[in-house]
Unconditional design. Sequence first.
Length: 678
Amino acid sequence: MRFVARIRHRLVGNLRRQLTLGMVLVMAAAMSAFVWDLTRRQQDELVQQQHQQAQAMARSMATSVSVAVGTQDVEGAQDIVEGFSGYPDLRYMMVLDLHGQVLAHTDASRRGQFLEDLPPVPELRVQQQGSAVVDVLTPVRLGDQHIGWARVGLDRHTLDHELSHMARHGVEGVLIAIVLGAAIAQWAGRYMTRRLHEIQRVADAVQAGHTEQRAEVPGDDEAARLARHVNSMLDTLVQRKVALKDALAQLQLLTNRVPGVVVFQFRRHPDGRTQVPYASEVLHDIYRIRPEALREDASALFAATHPDDQPGFLAAMTASAQRLVPWIHEWRLQFAGEPEVWLMVNAMPQPERDGATLWYGYITDISERKRAENALRESEARLSTAVQQLGHNNAELKSLNARLAQSQVQLLRSEKMAAVGQLAAGMAHEINNPVGFITSNLGTLQRYAHSLLAVVDAQQRCMATGTPQDSEALRLALQDADLDYLRGDVAALLSESREGLERVRKIVQHLRDFSRIDSADWQEADLLAGLESTLNVMGNELKYKADVVNQCGELPLVYCHLGQINQVFLNLLLNACDAMDSRGSIRLSCGTEGAWVWVGIEDSGRGMAPELMNRIFEPFFSTKPVGRGTGLGLSLAYDIVSHHGGRIEVNSVLGQGARFTVWLPIAGPQDAPVGGPG
């Protein structure tokens, strides 16, 4: 193989040899084709001449022996044939009769033999054209009569000798042409490639490191333009080499300044040897080894690896080299008397021609991350314990919330009962007034009924007997009853009684609307209707304390628990009444703002000092004398509004009254039950 390679290099090792060989091959092919065509033409011409010679001899002999054959003069024919025997290249000559019998032959021993390959038609014919003889047969005629055959065979030995001599001269001409063509091609190759040699010289010099060399090729042909392009490329190469050198220096400076990160190249040979061709200076901070100490032997890196982590480290590196996948692994370094150092490698493998594997990547100090992970695991453990405790506390809190809800309902009921107790006298008076005149009207109606029944009894007796005494008794009964007066007074009594009963019904209805504050009926409700029912319940309380100025317009329906909101209104109105030492006024107002509605209750009472305003919603806090109020009214109102997702705003100036504004979301709180009781 090396011999073949050397021969190939000798023949086509450079452009000049390729050009020379190409020209030689082209010229050899062209000359060979020319000589072959010329030789073939000459051969065809010589063969044609021999054929013509054979045909001429056959015709001449046929003419010469025609009389002898016609007269059956066999000896005369034999003499004529023997007269032709001295002709050069004559192989045989014979005369045949019509039946193919040999009458005369250059070989007298063959006289009398018969030939069977005679043609059926008497005409000139080349019987055989082989490589050894040319056989021509022509008819013998006497006049127009066909009387026999003349046959001539010429030997091709002389012809073949001449053809061989001609071919040898042709080959010699081809060889001479090839030699001349090679010389011309060598000269042309040298002439055509001498300018390229200058470019090749510069390329070899640049490859050797002499980048300052430039090609000097004058002119404007292809070689000159190529030389200029090569020079331009070399100039760009030098500039980029300088820029690359600067960038590499900056990169090395940058990698050396990144704390905790080692940028490196790591090579592992098939025999297990390891090298570090490049590593940033941070390697010394982590491994306590200078990077240049590892360029030939990197075994010191493994000595610092924790013994428990060495098998995994080698396994990860081997798997990366075999499967050509990224080398990603975490391991520990162990130094005597120092904390463990956690590292992580992330490198990409690249196979090399000698079977080694070269990794490009970086090593990161992840000790802080590992300590954070350990702290996180400890925190998670503590958090898990805390979550379990929180779950236990949450269960207790739910139980407390349930009890608190029950307590709140009890407080609401207690406050309701307290409010009802406070309003009981007024409501009793409101109910007693209509009940009183209804009772009086019922007594009067009872007397009227007795009078009417007496008239009915007298009328029945009169109708039964018809005596004058019964008629007189009927007249007296009618006179006592005074039917005309009774007819008008009964209607008035019934109307007054119906009005009194309607007043009692409304009071009862207002009490029903105000009741059931502990139910769970959430629905879209009319706040102004609830406020109106609360005012009706407090009617007797208010009419002796304040004038109510209702400036409310219209409000949209609000999703709420109306019974509890009525309790809020009641507590705020009672608080307003208690805040006035003499008759005053209570002003009611309302409005909307975005997704909120508000209802304002403003009194002209004595107002509050700022230090009291900060405590009015505290449970059991009260400014009333001992024995009046529970101290829960405003606290419960605050809790109810907060439970609805709203708020209560307070504005007050000492001696100038106070204003409470209740804000509620129109859509209700986010956790409100939907669809009625739940």
